[in-house]
Design a binder for this molecule. Structure first.
Ligand code: HEC
Length: 118
């Protein structure tokens, strides 16, 4: 009796391939999360906390009311947006010269990840 036939081999190979691409996906996500957390701790944590209000609004509060584009715009240029976002004054510095486009993108996704009932 031939227990391991061709079909079984194909199934095993397929299973291995799909788990490895699953791993690749998870690694990518955790890498992005890691780089977002690094940006957060380096530049934002003094004024923003994830879910509780600090000097600035919490990421949860921001995520609940803003789109990604608005969030990225604000980080790059608070002075051009604070009035239309309902603030009387702005004390947040611009991070346009501190963050790469990639870092801006991952920190915006990170903020959005705190959105409630998605
Ligand atoms: C010096 C303190 C300070 C730092 C550092 C800071 N923020 Fe802010 N941030 C604020 C304050 C205060 C506000 C409220 C509006 C204002 O002052 O511009 C704000 C507002 C925001 C908003 C807009 C909120 C809204 O209502 O849409 C976003 C988005 C934001 N911050 C993200 C960040 C990110 C991301 C970082 C780190 C890269 C960061 N901030 C660093 C103080 C800070």
């Amino acid at each position: 009796m031939n227990l391991i036939n061709n079909k079984t081999v194909k199934q095993i190979v397929f299973a291995l391939l799909s788990t490895s691409s699953l791993f690749a996906q998870t690694n990518l996500d955790s890498q992005l999360k890691e780089s977002a957390e690094k940006v957060f701790k380096t530049y934002c944590w003094g004024c923003h906390h994830q879910t509780s209000i600090a000097f600035g609004p919490s990421f949860k509060e921001i995520a609940n009311k803003r789109e990604k584009g608005e969030i990225m715009g604000y980080i790059a240029s608070p002075l051009s947006l604070y009035k239309e976002q309902g603030y009387k004054r702005s004390v947040m510095p611009s991070f346009a010269n501190h963050l790469s486009a990639k870092e801006l993108d991952v920190i915006a996704d990170y903020i959005i990840s705190f959105k409630e009932d998605k």
